[in-house]
Write a protein that binds this ligand. Sequence first.
Ligand code: KG4
Ligand code: ZN
Length: 358
Amino acid sequence: MRLLAIESSCDDSSVALLDVEEGRIRDVRQLIANQEIHAKYGGVVPEVAAREHSASVPVLLRALADEVTGTSDGVKLGTTVDAVAVTGGPGLATSLRVGVETARGLALAWNVPLYAMNHIEGHVYSNWLPNGGAPSPLEGAEDVFPALVLVVSGGHTELLHMKGHGDYVLLGATRDDAAGEAFDKTAKLLGLGYPGGPAISRLAEKGDAGAVKLPRPMIAEAHLDMSFSGLKTAVRYFIRDNEAKLADAAFVADVAASVQEAIVDVLVAKTCRAAEAIDAKTVLLAGGVAANGRLRAALRLALADRMPETRFVEPPMAYTTDNAAMVGMAAVHRIGRDDATDDPARLDARPDWELGRP
Ligand code: KG4
Ligand code: ZN
């Protein structure tokens, strides 16, 4: 089966083609257009994002048609596609609609089934995608569940109990800022631009993580909720009191490393606690912040120590930030477990679609 997937929930447009044989991925082709325009505003401007998606989604589709069929002929591409998947939510309403409307049109024109997928579920299924040429360690695996998923992105920070494919219970979440937001906001305070996560993690490599004492909100509390907004406030006061030192690269690196360590400490503590609570066979990392090397290493180490029997799976780097392949992968598993499809004549975006809440 060949499945076309489209992602446009926030500020990255992406299309992907997945070749699947008996649930196993044979090939993934993916194109992404990052919207760099938002950097100059210091954050995503919804109206600008939607306009950029409108401009780039058809261009990406034509490029994909070129790659696959050797022509820019959309009809010819359609003859090779068996299903269309699209991110239905959550995300920015106007951004989501660009992908959703494109997918509806294609599913109608090509007369193939349509699958609207949850963006967070897409991040979860990035763990089932191949890493370069190597299949995911989860492909075809049977002893995966119960799994604990740490979802860490720009808009979400959640601990999900994954009982089986497509079956989620929310165990805890941030009560204010998401982890990615904490990276982005503190990076902004340090003058590092947007998005700040990659900049902080790069700088942190040269810094001393113990240099600045920062709070670890809720780390000792037994519940599985988190809070990151206090961290941003603490960094703001610290910078206000040390403004002259911002010109010193070593100082900025120390602050970056300290911020990263505070975020990672909280995420690791809560993830281990949640994994122990559900006696997880597998722990999965998902979302843009999953690209953070320190988070990966710290979680790997903590789990090896506290739950040596538990398998820890990290998504391939190519699929950590928003991408269409993960949305397609989630759809592949949905197709495997039920016959329901979405109606191309009626499908609408679901900006507030939550996973695993009662
Ligand atoms: O999942 P994603 O691409 O978009 C959302 O669905 O939100 O996540 C984007 C977030 C941003 O906050 C970005 O700063 C963060 O992921 N991020 C990182 C790293 N790479 C991206 N945070 C920390 N370290 C990184 N290496
Ligand atoms: Zn995302």
